[in-house]
Write a new protein. Structure first.
Length: 686
């Protein structure tokens, strides 16, 4: 029988001719089986939604406070910081004990400024849910936790200070909505620094409450059990009454403009073509609009992706997003491109927006987009958290009960005429805002040729006039600036006497504490070892001719370019080589503010052609910052090092604090000891 079955299978396959040049036709949209929640209302106003599902022995709960957009003004950042502090333990349970309790249950419990989440196996769910309730109702709010999270927030802001992506997100919203709008305001270092623990407590009292609260419980639980548990944990909770804010309508630009923010260290420009839209989820335009955005920039098959990446090679990806809801949201078409191609990329993005507004999509393109969108949507239904969102969304947005059950049928009902109509209505072309954040020196002139007005802004969305961000080049010689630095740290004679050094440092990185040992020997030998708990996690060594990098068990020899750059130095003080070796090229670029003080901006090009930018304080003459770009595996990374806390060791000054920012990571390095001309041998560099 098995042999006969195999023979029949072969015969059947031989009779089927498959045309692999044509995509298979998509089938009908799947019918979604989404259970209607059982609804209860607690005495304090919390709406409880229960979706019973016994397919797995697991239950999850999401508590959502429908606060709406919050305007914080000078206290911007307090609400987010408050949300983080909800994860710092309760009045009766310190954070370490709380976290251990969650871990023992094998549960997932997390809190934020808009509520909380708990998920666990059925037998442990009550305990996990109780922990979530305690964290929401009785947060510890200790000064110690506040100081820690405040410092982490400021460190994060510093890490993003040179990030074109972070600046683009901030400036894009600030320009689209206005800086006083809740969606346009943003956190600053100064603002976070001014916050107090009382500000956090005030934000909690104002916004964390049973008012406008939606508790959705999904999984292996009976509705009556869920109601009893919700009543036990949240029934007696009291808090402030919330009223959904009313926001004034914000207008889009009257005509298309290009808004540029100069980030000189950026290798790529972040481009966003953005306009405000008002599409409520119960709007008949909702389904055509989300599908139109998907066709334009929803994935690897979208028009933006195929144009900017596949056709022109400007970027790794180009996408569009469309926000919907009760308040104004944004339509945003975006891409990250090389600075030199920013003007061309802007042109192509605008061309694609214009095309979807003027030409009907083909039947094949529409059919393919529906199939891909349907598959992506159906796949997302496996996430219980998303199902919880559906249940509360129906109530919050005044949607019909079958909104999500018939979701894919409504997507499939969209026509090419619908796509054209909503694209013309919501995807602006003649009155949109193009935000470009990157190296202006490489892209500004090209953008000016676009025919659209170009406006300049700083990284906080303040308008600037061209040339104002960098002061005029001062009448000072670069060599004199370097000589001033050499004199300030001890003088050339004393610096030349330093033939070796041993520096020990403590390093803080993403909450981890590491130890760093650095040894140097003239002319250019150096080694650095990073350890944690006595174990070596990273090491780099150069013996004057060759070297290697080691991370864990992985060891890699230094490349020819890296060796060449190390060999150009003949002194432990690089600035001595700047003056003695004519192959170094120095140029004064201007004066910029560094930590609130004026600093000379000096471009340094070494004999290998690598260029970095150094900043020397005008008054103290000390080096306060260095900016450079490294390329590894064709990926560019910008590195900024801030120097401070100079102290005298013997007759020479050393910076005792370095803050290193690379991409989105920041490392704080604090020197604990420096020894010169002792404790170093040639064997240290093997």
């Amino acid at each position: 029988m098995i042999a006969a079955g195999a023979l029949l299978m072969q015969y059947a396959q031989a009779q089927i001719t498959i045309d692999r040049t044509k995509q298979p036709k998509p089938g009908p949209a799947p019918v979604l089986t989404i259970k209607d929640p059982v609804k209860y209302t607690l005495p304090n106003g919390i709406t409880v939604l229960v979706v019973e599902n016994h397919s797995l022995p697991k239950v999850s709960a999401s508590y959502l406070i429908d606060v709406g957009p919050v305007t914080e003004g000078s206290k911007a950042g307090a609400v987010n910081l408050m949300g983080s502090m909800l994860n710092e333990g309760t009045k009766t349970m310190p954070k370490a004990v709380f976290d251990e309790s969650v871990e023992k249950l094998g549960a997932d419990v997390s809190l934020n400024s808009s509520g909380g989440y708990a998920s666990a196996l059925t037998r442990y769910f009550k305990n996990a849910f109780t922990l979530m309730g305690q964290a929401l109702k009785e947060p510890a709010f200790t000064q110690e936790s506040f100081d820690k999270l405040k410092t982490q927030t400021i460190t994060g802001l510093k890490a993003n200070a040179k990030s074109a992506k972070a600046i683009a997100a901030r400036v894009g919203n600030a320009l689209a909505y206005g800086k006083t709008h809740p969606n346009g305001e943003f956190e600053t270092e100064e603002g976070i620094q001014s916050l107090t623990l009382q500000d956090i407590k005030d934000a909690y009292s104002k916004y964390v409450t049973p008012s406008r609260g939606y508790l959705t419980i999904i999984g292996d639980i009976k509705p009556a059990q869920a109601k009893a548990l919700a009543t036990e944990i949240f029934g007696s909770w009291k808090g402030a009454e919330l009223t959904l804010p009313k926001l004034a309508e914000v207008a889009n630009p009257t005509k298309t403009e290009i808004d540029v923010v100069d980030v000189p260290s950026a290798v790529q420009s972040e481009i966003s073509v953005i306009n405000l839209v008002d599409i409520k989820k119960n709007n008949p335009d909702y389904f055509p609009a989300i599908l139109a955005s998907y066709i334009l920039g929803g994935g690897a098959e979208s028009r933006l992706f195929m144009n900017l990446r596949e056709k022109h090679g400007f970027t790794y990806g180009a996408y569009s997003q469309l926000g919907t809801g009760r308040f104004q949201e944004t339509f945003d078409a975006s891409a990250s491109v090389r600075n030199a191609k920013a003007d061309s990329a802007v042109t192509e993005i605008l061309n694609e927006i214009k095309r979807i507004r003027t030409d009907k999509v083909s039947a094949e393109e529409l059919s393919t987009a529906k199939a891909l969108y349907n598959g992506s949507f159906a796949l997302g239904l496996e996430d219980p958290a998303r199902m919880a969102t559906f249940a509360s969304n129906i109530l919050i947005n005044d949607l019909p009960a079958d909104f999500y059950k018939t979701y894919l049928q409504k997507v499939n009902a969209v026509t090419a005429d619908d796509i054209l109509r909503v694209a013309q209505k919501y995807f602006n072309y003649d009155n949109t805002r193009v935000v470009v954040v990157g190296g202006a020196a490489q892209m500004l002139d090209g953008l000016k040729k676009s025919g659209h007005p170009v406006k300049l802004y700083d990284k906080y969305a303040n308008p600037v006039t061209e040339g104002a961000q960098t002061a005029a080049v001062p009448n000072v010689n670069a060599a004199d600036i370097i000589k001033g630095y050499i004199d300030a740290v001890g003088g050339a004679t004393e610096l030349k006497k330093v033939t070796s050094s041993v520096t020990t440092m403590d390093m803080s990185m993403q909450g981890m504490k590491l130890n760093v040992l650095q040894k140097k020997m003239a002319p250019n030998k150096e080694t650095m070892t990073v350890t944690m708990g006595g174990n070596t996690v990273m090491k780099e060594t150069f013996d004057g001719d060759k070297g290697y990098q080691q991370q864990g068990p992985n060891k890699k020899d230094l490349g020819a370019d890296e060796i060449a750059q190390k060999k150009v130095f003949t002194s432990l003080t690089e600035q001595l080589d700047y003056l003695s070796n004519p192959a170094f090229k120095l140029a004064v670029k201007g004066i910029q503010k560094v930590n609130g003080a004026d600093a000379y901006q000096v471009s340094v090009t070494d004999p290998t052609g690598k260029t970095s930018t150094e900043y020397y304080d005008v008054k103290s003459k000390l080096l306060v910052k260095n900016e450079s770009t490294t390329v590894s595996n064709n990926v560019s990374a910008n590195t900024t090092v801030d120097f401070s806390d100079y102290r005298k060791v013997g007759n020479v000054m050393f910076p005792y604090k370095q803050t290193i920012t690379q991409s989105d990571q920041t490392f704080e390095m604090t020197v604990t000891d420096v020894k010169i001309n002792t404790g170093v041998t040639a064997d240290d560099f093997k």
